[in-house]
Design a protein around this ligand. Structure first.
Ligand SMILES: NC(=O)c1ccc[n+]([C@@H]2O[C@H](COP(=O)([O-])OP(=O)(O)OC[C@H]3O[C@@H](n4cnc5c(N)ncnc54)[C@H](O)[C@@H]3O)[C@@H](O)[C@H]2O)c1
Ligand SMILES: O=C(O)C(=O)C[C@@H](O)[C@H](O)[C@H](O)COP(=O)(O)O
Ligand SMILES: [Zn+2]
Length: 356
């Protein structure tokens, strides 16, 4: 696009760019027409995002020669399920989209995960683009090609690895986010800091993020892009991106998805940091610093669910293989490691994080 835009390539096969900047939704048509040709495009979004941004996106796409159709479904994790997926697939077929057409996921991580999954399976796969509108989607979910819906047994249990053809992140969308939804994104960005970048973590430590959000997004995306390039299908290194998620996903499930993903990941990160410190797995004391950072950003640092309930819910975790589960253990701010433990050890490990 133009000079004021940050562009980060994700070098998978085929490779794609993440473009980050102000005003990009209004200009997405020309960019996508150059990338995809002027085709039919189905914009899938939720009923909170639609009144804010659907007209802008539709006008930009039509202005660039696309034939546009759109479908709006109810917002929220509670709708990230098989019945909404079926609705999306029926919509795409009712609009007669063909394999040369395209889906655009306009919204947060819920829209991105579901629209991406619909694109991955409709006609056995058509191209899609991510237009993230939450901080969480910008720093994490729009990049890397994990798509999914939840099943009764737990989070993201049906899905596909399917990379987008492009990610266009308009930083102006962050201005309409309620503070608690902004905080969800801060949780994944703080996670990225704990994984790889103490400087990024420090940007969040006083709770008044003064840095350019484009810079925060770019740092998170650059790190994630590298991990995805080295381990697209999560055979090893990519499991690190699940820091805080074993307990986090369990909290989401135990709450009936009333606690949003970012808040649950924050609590899960605080718990595993305390477990790691208590069990002597960290290089230095970090749990207090991580909890303080999360709290400053309006995020929880613990949970009222019992260790037993969380351990039980975590049994459906995708990082479980047979009798073992792979945990992500923070060693210091900026470095973590994978640790495979027998499932039976999960309960005392979680207990150590809740009780420390
Ligand atoms: N695929 C991945 O790699 C990946 C990574 C992280 C999280 N996720 C998934 O992402 C989901 C969470 O995403 P999320 O936090 O974006 O939640 P979300 O998509 O539910 O969005 C949160 C709320 O904000 C609203 N919203 C979206 N954009 C807005 C805007 N610009 N202004 C005002 N309101 C807006 C939405 O309508 C919704 O009500 C979870 O399902 C999680 O599992 C996936
Ligand atoms: O991209 C990844 O890989 C991640 O793990 C990013 C996570 O933040 C995200 O929540 C992901 O959906 C969790 O993956 P899952 O395989 O445990 O469902
Ligand atoms: Zn996550």
């Amino acid at each position: 696009m133009t000079d004021s835009i940050r562009t980060i390539p994700v070098r998978v096969q085929p490779s794609y760019d993440v473009s980050i900047g102000s005003g990009l939704l209004g200009r997405c048509g020309d960019y996508l027409a150059a990338l995809l040709g002027q085709r039919k495009i189905a914009v899938l979004t939720d009923d909170t995002v639609a009144p804010l941004y659907l007209d802008t996106v539709t006008a930009a796409l039509e202005g660039a020669g696309f034939t546009v159709c759109s479908h709006v479904f109810p917002a929220g994790e509670g709708h990230k399920d098989l019945s909404t997926l079926a609705e999306l697939l029926e919509f795409l077929s009712s609009e007669h989209l063909t394999r040369t057409d395209c889906v655009a996921a306009l919204g947060g991580g819920v829209v991105g995960d579901m629209a991406g999954f619909a694109a991955a399976v409709y006609l056995r796969g058509i191209r899609y683009v991510q237009l993230p509108t939450t901080l969480l989607a910008a720093v994490d979910s729009s990049v890397g090609g994990k798509t999914a819906v939840d099943l009764t047994a737990g989070k993201n249990l049906a899905g596909a690895f399917c990379q987008p053809a492009a990610v266009i992140c308009d930083t102006d969308c962050l201005k309409t986010l309620p503070p608690d939804v902004f905080a969800d994104g801060a949780a994944e960005a703080v996670k990225t800091g704990v994984l790889s970048d103490e400087g990024l973590f420090a940007l969040f430590e006083d709770g008044t993020l003064t840095a350019d959000p484009g810079e925060v997004i770019a740092r998170c995306v650059a790190y994630k892009a590298g991990v995805v390039e080295r381990d697209e299908k999560e055979q090893g290194e990519r499991k690190l991106l699940n820091l805080g998620h074993t307990v986090g996903h369990a909290i989401e499930k135990c709450s009936g998805y009333a606690i949003p993903h970012g808040h649950a990941v924050a609590a899960g990160l605080a718990v595993i940091a305390r477990s790691a410190e208590t069990l002597g797995w960290t290089k230095e004391p970090i749990a207090g610093r991580i909890a303080a950072c999360l709290a400053k950003n309006g995020l929880p640092t613990g949970t009222d669910f019992s260790a037993e309930a969380l351990a039980e819910a975590a049994l459906s975790d995708k990082k479980r293989a047979g009798g073992d589960i792979t945990l992500v253990i923070p060693r210091k701010i900026g470095a973590c490691q994978l640790r495979k433990v027998p499932v039976a050890e999960l309960l005392p490990i979680i207990r150590a994080g809740l009780e420390a």
